[in-house]
Design a protein around this ligand. Structure first.
Ligand SMILES: Nc1ncnc2c1ncn2[C@@H]1O[C@H](COP(=O)(O)OP(=O)(O)OP(=O)(O)O)[C@@H](O)[C@H]1O
Ligand SMILES: [Mg+2]
Length: 342
């Protein structure tokens, strides 16, 4: 009898849709005894008018089955819980007008330093064409996992207490994928919406060089609390930084300030400071553009080695002068982001 009743309900259209109430999956159970049917409905439907239609059309259809004299329906409304999988306080993006100035290096070491200072930190590699974060964080070849609790979400990879997402952990290494603008937008949108970041104080976004799709998508898809412009001291790099600054302005991203990378060299033998690429360019740029100067990071072979081997210097050598420089910069960033965003 239950089957016959169910069959009859397959002719009842779900209001406003082109399929039946059965296909919609709202018929939870059917009981039948002594000519009386009890149809149990479980629905997320919030519209009372639609519920009223169920109340009429479902008993009517069931009564058309021979032997069914009476029909009662029981409706259980389930409230869909939209669980928030991410709660991010501050999104911070590092950028530069020019490639190779050390954005990824700075992003990684700042993220790790912020974690060391006790913050909950995520690191999003927005460089879709040339993701460097997996190598720098030593998570190359570890594929991302699906979040079992939230089946349509992605779990970030954890290392040294920070949560990391990169396209590099999603596609086979060296896969010849030609990414176009819309795909970049999609990927970055997914990184923001479909990753279970959990509660974060800071999400550091490592942007690709220049002024392209990744920057635009990020600004469109989320509120960026602040941008950091990474520059090297040479004059050519400074003119590129100008472009990055203008672009942030156009995207209405507040600029937290400037970090000068490869600022000076400390001789490992005598400890003397040498300004290989002139000096003071970063500070001058910051002053001229009314931006805070967040810090200067020396040039050090250990930084490069740390990046190449997935042993970031601030973790590998936490007491080094370089780690101290990153800590100063991180503290300045925390201060500025709070001033700008409360
Ligand atoms: N302060 C530093 N001292 C020594 N080497 C450094 C320093 N900063 C960065 N490097 C090295 O310079 C190279 C480029 O750095 P990185 O990849 O971080 O730059 P990027 O701006 O992110 O580059 P891209 O524009 O390609 O994304 C890397 O090999 C890195 O290890
Ligand atoms: Mg990079």
């Amino acid at each position: 009898m239950k089957e016959k009743i169910l069959e009859s309900l397959k002719k009842v259209f779900y209001p406003g849709k082109t399929h039946s109430v059965v296909k919609e999956g709202i018929i939870n159970d059917i009981e039948f005894k002594d000519g009386k049917a009890l149809i149990k409905i479980k629905t997320k439907e919030q519209n009372q008018a639609v519920i009223d239609v169920f109340k009429k059309s479902i008993p009517l259809a069931a009564k058309s089955v021979e032997g069914v004299n009476d029909v009662e329906i029981e409706i259980e409304k389930v409230v869909e819980k939209k669980e928030k999988v991410s709660n991010i306080k501050y999104v911070i993006a590092t950028t530069s007008g020019k490639g190779g100035v050390g954005k990824s290096t700075v992003s990684v070491n700042l993220a790790l330093t912020l974690a060391k200072l006790g913050f909950k930190v995520g690191l999003l590699d927005a460089d879709i064409y040339g993701p460097n974060i997996p190598v720098m964080m030593g998570i190359e070849g570890i594929p991302v996992q699906i979040d079992k609790e939230h089946k349509d979400k992605i779990l970030p990879t954890e290392k040294y207490g920070i949560k990391i997402i990169s396209i590099g952990n999603m596609i086979p290494k060296d896969a010849a994928i030609i990414w176009r603008g819309p795909l970049i937008n999609q990927a970055i949108k997914q990184f923001l919406d479909d990753v279970t970041w959990g509660d974060l104080d800071f999400l550091i976004v490592d942007l690709p060089p220049g002024t392209g799709d990744a920057q635009i998508t990020l600004a469109q898809e989320t509120k960026v609390s602040g941008g950091i412009i990474v520059i090297t001291p040479q004059n050519v790099a400074l003119s590129d930084a100008m472009k990055a600054n203008d672009f942030f302005k156009k995207l209405k991203i507040p600029v937290l300030g400037v970090i000068e990378n490869m600022s000076y060299f400390i001789c490992p033998k005598c400890g003397e400071r040498t300004h290989i690429f002139s000096h003071g360019g970063g500070k001058k740029f910051a002053t001229e553009n009314s931006l805070p100067f967040l810090g200067e990071i020396p040039i050090d072979v250990a930084i490069r080695e740390g990046g190449d081997t997935g042993n970031a210097i601030v973790v590998a050598n936490p007491t080094s002068a370089v780690s101290k420089a990153f800590e100063d910069a991180a503290r300045n960033i925390v201060e500025k982001v709070k001033i700008l965003n409360g």
